[in-house]
Structure formats: structure tokens, C-alpha cells
Ligand binder design. Structure first.
Ligand SMILES: [Zn+2]
Ligand SMILES: [Zn+2]
Length: 366
């Protein structure tokens, strides 16, 4: 297939483009309903060597699908990848209309695996309508999200890392001991009396050693378009349902290009596992209190996977600020920030004041 040819999945009965159907995981014809199975990747999703991919070679790179296009949002910088007949439309992350012309997508590090959508756009929009109907004081403009196309299915990029760690540390172990002190105070009759009390002290001993650790599938977002907290709140992901990557899963969906590269993601992973290493050092030191003066960690057997995880995302601009809504494409769970309408709250406060004033007048008139 030539590089500029678009990857199509033509329907064998009517020739239209087959799209991935989250309901059953088949490629499905939107016109005649014909279904085709996506060839099950028989090989297990493989961990890849981190070291071997830091110096990226062309054969490790791929465009997500033949003929894929890429467009960058002029407002927030998010890069979306899609195949025609999908269009750029509005930015899913900040809500502005994308005006840039799409260009051929640059290759990216080949994804190891994809978690296919299991929730349809219709279901996600339905969940979102329910959610909106329970938001008091949301500005009326938020009803934008009730429109059928307000949220779009987009695969978000993630990295996962496995690593073994060996950490040498130096510090101190603190052990408590108690000293009996005497002191004087006045009793109820005002007489001075001698009393004793136990006072806790800490004796510090030097401590040093080595701890080892092993970490599996540390999940790190590779997108900067959504806040890390928001992404964390979309968890858990049923990663046991991952499939080997096949461009067919993208048919009818967009994907986002990773904005955090492989090495940058690993630096973030180190931060995520640091508290666990810290805890094992403290356990190794023992005693009642611990001080860690220095610790140096060696990371070995580092492997990674590049994953695409499914969300429906949309953004709504209110007072010039974007508000993002995300729906987990596996569970339908909604995460979103919501603006409060100043006018709706002001109106309620006013109503309460009027009500109180009426009560006051009624009672003072008696
Ligand atoms: Zn068809
Ligand atoms: Zn944007």
C-alpha cells in the first residue's frame, strides 16, 4: 500500500467504509449492517525494551493508519490523528473550531496495544445528558453537551513501564527511650509538691543498606491536553482486555499523538514509584523513626508499552475558559469540571432575600 493511500475497510456487500462498533467489537457497515471480525491478534501484548527504543529507529515508527491525517489545535496545541472521512472539527480538548489544514500524520512509536471502545457515542451522550440534568447552577450553555456531536471518541496515548529497582541509601534510625523527670507543681491547697513524669527522647543510630523493588505496569498519561488528576479519576482501566494494535480499531475514531515522549514518561514513572521505594527504605531502617539522608536508585530491566485508551471528550467554552468533559469509553463513567452560573446563583440568593423580607413584613405587621 502506498504511503499516501488511505486505509479503508470496504464493506464486502455494499462498498461503504466499515466502522468500529463498540457494542460488539466488529467492523460494521453503517449502511447495510454487514459485520466483519477484526483479526484477533494471537500474540500476547508484548513489553518492549526501553533502552532499545530510546534511540528510535525508523522501523519502530508507524503512522497509526495508512493515509492518516494530523492536525494541531491552534489554541491548545493538542494534535489529533484521524483518517478520512473523519474531519478535524472542533478541538475535543478546548472547544475551539480547528482552522488549520490537516497534513499527513508523522510516524509515531508504534502502539503495542489498544483498549477498544465498549461504549457507543449514543450511550456516552445519554450518560452525559443524565449527568447534566443533575447539575444545579450550571449555565444554560452547558446544555451544549446534550448535542449528539458534542463529545467525540478519541484514543488517548499512555505509556506503561515495568522496572526493577536497586536503591542504596544512607540515613539514621531513631529509637525512643524514656527518662523519668521530676517537677514541682502546686496542688489544690496551693502547696508545692514534687511529681514525676516520663519524657520521650530519641536516640539516633547511623543506618545504611540496599533495598530492591519490582514495579509492573506503572501507567503514565502521554497527553498534556487533560489534567493528570482528571485522567487519574478515569481509572481503573480494564487493561486485561487490551488487544494488539490494529488500525481497524481506529476506524471512525480519532487518536491523539503522544505529547510526553518515552523518556519523559519514564521520568514521571520514577516520581510515581518513589514513595514506594521510600517506604521500603524506612522499613529496612526500622526503629521508631527514620531519617533518609541520601538514596540512589538504579533502574534495570526497564520495559514499556505504548497504549491507546478510549475516551469520549468534549470541551465547552464559558467566559472564555474551556471546560472539559470526559467519558470513559469502557465504563461510561463521566469526569468533568463544571462552571457555575453567576446569574443562576444570584437569582436564587435574591429569591431567598425576598422570601425572608416577606416573612419579616408579615410577622412585624401582627
Ligand atoms: Zn455495507
Ligand atoms: Zn484545542
Amino acid at each position: 500500500m502506498a504511503a499516501n493511500e488511505i486505509q479503508h475497510y470496504p464493506c464486502s456487500s455494499c462498498g461503504a467504509d466499515l466502522l468500529f462498533e463498540p457494542k460488539d467489537g466488529f467492523l460494521t457497515c453503517p449502511y447495510c449492517g454487514h459485520k466483519e471480525a477484526i483479526a484477533a491478534g494471537t500474540e500476547a501484548v508484548e513489553e518492549q525494551s526501553y533502552e532499545q527504543h530510546l534511540q528510535i529507529r525508523p522501523e519502530q515508527m508507524t503512522t497509526l493508519a495508512a493515509g492518516a491525517l494530523e492536525v494541531q489545535c491552534q489554541s491548545c496545541g493538542a494534535k489529533s490523528i484521524f483518517t478520512p472521512p473523519e474531519v478535524a472539527g472542533r478541538c475535543d480538548f478546548c472547544g475551539v473550531q480547528i482552522v488549520a489544514q490537516p497534513k499527513s500524520a508523522d510516524p509515531i512509536l508504534t502502539p503495542s496495544a489498544v483498549l477498544p471502545f465498549a461504549v457507543t457515542q449514543q450511550q456516552a451522550t445519554g450518560e452525559l445528558r443524565n449527568w447534566l440534568s443533575t447539575r444545579w447552577f450550571a449555565p444554560n450553555g452547558l446544555k451544549y453537551f446534550a448535542q449528539p456531536d458534542a463529545i467525540q471518541g478519541v484514543y488517548l496515548p499512555f505509556w506503561t513501564y515495568d522496572t526493577s529497582t536497586t536503591t542504596s541509601y544512607e540515613g539514621h534510625r531513631g529509637e525512643y527511650y524514656y527518662v523519668t523527670e521530676t517537677y514541682t507543681e502546686r496542688d489544690a491547697q496551693g502547696r508545692e509538691v514534687q511529681r514525676t513524669r516520663q519524657v520521650r527522647h530519641t536516640r539516633w543510630y547511623p543506618a545504611s543498606g540496599t533495598v530492591i523493588g519490582s514495579f509492573d505496569d506503572v501507567l503514565i498519561p502521554a497527553t498534556l491536553s487533560l489534567s493528570p488528576d482528571r485522567l487519574t479519576s478515569l481509572e481503573p482501566w480494564d487493561l486485561e482486555a487490551l488487544r494488539s494494535y490494529d488500525p481497524a480499531y481506529l476506524s471512525g475514531f480519532k487518536a491523539q499523538r503522544y505529547q510526553v515522549d518515552l523518556a519523559g514518561g519514564f521520568e514521571r514513572a520514577k516520581e510515581v514509584i518513589a514513595p514506594a521505594i521510600d517506604a521500603s527504605i524506612r522499613q529496612d531502617i526500622g526503629g521508631d523513626e527514620q531519617m533518609i539522608e541520601s538514596a540512589s536508585t538504579n533502574y534495570s530491566d526497564v520495559t514499556f508499552k505504548h497504549l491507546l485508551l478510549p475516551v469520549y471528550a468534549g470541551a465547552y467554552r464559558y467566559n472564555g475558559k474551556p471546560y472539559q468533559i470526559m467519558v470513559n469509553g469502557r465504563t461510561g463513567e463521566i469526569q468533568g469540571e463544571r462552571p457555575y452560573s453567576f446569574w443562576k446563583i444570584a437569582l436564587l440568593v435574591l429569591l431567598i432575600l425576598v422570601f425572608v423580607a416577606i416573612l419579616l413584613i408579615a410577622f412585624s405587621g401582627r
